[in-house]
Design a protein around this ligand. Structure first.
Ligand code: PLP
Length: 260
């Protein structure tokens, strides 16, 4: 029998196939890890926007994670849309209970069209309960601003925000530069040094699910045993190719190409 690295995503589904659980599982498959999911909420969604958000019960989320924990286990996991502080608390408890390592937190808050994917009052629970368990957090600039209260204009502001998040107990902070201007720079901080990952900015409206895909790629590489610094580089290359090689899906903000 072949041994295979395993990865779990705890997130919301996107019926349109571009973001959330769908993007995560496609990414896991491409990067050759065995993908599993615990769904927190179902979204009715397409490339034009989010038409509905239907959270699952805390019990349903808990049981999905338990079913995996009691049998299969995982080498890495990623959280995406968690929706409420109750779901955040149960996810944090389960991660501790199973002593899972390689925890990637993508602090999903608001979809591009403005739909709320995390209740405002749940931000504190995210910071208090989940971030101390995180190996990596992957906010974009607006998410880093909401989590830290720091207005980010220059790279120095991002360094300050990274330090703030590291102080909350996150081992590695990646603040992505997709929402900036000019050359695209993602910034990694491990408590000691900053590493910059640079790439050309591609002008396109088809970036739906880029955040999910990037974090899923980091998770897949951690599951395979890569160090964080290298995992981020693989994820960066993966997302760059996925945005560059566009596919025609829907009439709005199209998804990235996971085959690229
Ligand atoms: N829908 C779900 C379920 C998600 O998890 C995410 C992730 O960020 C999004 C939507 C966001 O999509 P977009 O990249 O269009 O902001």
């Amino acid at each position: 029998m072949n041994k295979i690295a395993k990865a779990l995503t705890i997130a919301g589904s996107d019926s349109g196939g571009g973001a959330g659980i769908l993007a995560d599982i496609k990414t896991f498959q491409e990067l050759e890890v065995f993908g599993m999911s615990a769904i927190t909420a179902i979204t009715a969604q397409n490339t034009l926007g989010v038409q509905g958000v239907y959270p699952l019960s805390v019990e349903a989320v808990q049981q999905q994670i338990k079913s995996i924990g009691e049998d299969i286990g995982t080498d890495a996991l990623k959280t995406g849309m968690l929706f409420s502080s109750e779901i955040i608390q149960v996810v944090a408890e389960q991660i501790k209970h199973y002593q899972w390592r390689n925890v990637v937190v993508d602090p999903v808050m608001i979809a591009k069209g403005g739909a709320s994917l995390l209740q405002r009052e749940a931000i504190e629970a995210l910071k208090k309960d989940l971030l101390p368990l995180a190996t990596v957090i992957t906010p974009n600039i607006p998410e880093a601003e909401l989590l830290t209260g720091i207005t980010i204009k220059r790279l120095a502001d991002r360094q300050k925000a990274a330090q703030y998040l590291w102080d909350l107990g996150v081992a590695h902070v990646v603040i992505k530069g997709g929402h900036g201007e000019g050359e695209l720079v993602d910034l990694l901080f491990d408590g000691k040094e900053f590493t910059e990952y640079r790439s050309e900015r591609i002008q396109t409206k088809n970036t739906h699910g880029t955040g999910c895909t990037f974090a899923a790629a980091v998770t897949a590489e951690l599951a395979k045993g890569r160090e964080v610094k290298e995992a981020v580089q693989v994820a960066k290359d993966f997302i760059q190719a996925a945005v560059e090689n566009q596919i025609e899906v829907g009439h709005g903000h199209g998804p990235t190409n996971h085959w690229a």
